[in-house]
Ligand binder design. Sequence first.
Ligand code: PRT
Ligand code: ZN
Length: 297
Amino acid sequence: MSPDRNRLHMAIQKSGRLSDQSRQLLKDAGLRLAQGGKNNLSARAENFPLDLMFVRDDDIPTFVADGVCELGVVGQNVLEEYTLGLTEPRIEEVARLGFGKCSLKIAAPDSLTYFNLKMLAGQRIATSYPRLLARFLDNNGIEADIVTMRGAVELAPRLGIARFICDLVSTGATLEANGLAPVADVFDSEAVLVRTLKPVDGPHSEKVAALLTRIDGVIATAESKYIVLNAPEEALPAITEILPGAEAPTVVPLIGRPGHVAVQAVCQESVFWETLEKLKRAGASAILVMPIEKMMM
Ligand code: PRT
Ligand code: ZN
């Protein structure tokens, strides 16, 4: 790969749990990605000076820390494991992306009827995240033997490699299928946008800032809704209280209905049916909830 220095570079996972949503994020940010074959290592954005590099998730922190890519999308689990091995900061998290959620957990054989962290002392624990596990054990004053495996960690107890494991869990089905049960939470993770801490030159840093603003907009829009409703004036304090994450709603008088107003607000948190029911009970009527297509703060 010989990167074109007039363009930005972003590392995303080539194929795996984060690939589709990483690409979708960029599409939502208005980038048109050139169609390439599945085996392509990179792709150009046609309408923004950005090249995407498709790599293994484990390599993303290195690419970004080294400045080969100014930006990247990676799981906090992979980022933190990498960062714990550095002597000085070389990469920083700039935004949480809300997908790829999982949790690094310690699991024990499900035959175990009682568990206490102290029971880990002197035991062997298999994991692909030795630094995160070592920090957790350290924080809890426990000395145990960490067995590092690159994959198939859940097989370790059956193979007699370790009694306990420490692995990523999302639904818990893999643990269950292997006769294991979660006993302790080590680290919660989701996909994040990362940037290099290597100095980025002038014109480049403007492009980075422009892209980050767009991505911030996409993240804000994902949860946000525009709410319009009618209400008697005296119900306004209660209604403003209920509107999730709405600052300073717009209030306009309703012609022909004295004492009644229309309220408009951007809600930056999820709006559930329960929220609408509460609004109605507080006196609101004609409640409309609309998606927001684009937003720039
Ligand atoms: O080839 P490459 O190295 O890029 O991919 P990979 O196989 O290392 O990674 P991949 O695609 O499996 O995961 C990429 C990232 O997705 C991880 O680093 C996490 O940030 C995130 N993620 C979210 C997960 C999971 N959920 C997840 N459930 N990563 C892995 N798992 C695995 C887990 O290791 C276990 O084997 O899924 C199994 C457990 O799932 P449940 O649903 O049965 O609990
Ligand atoms: Zn990987």
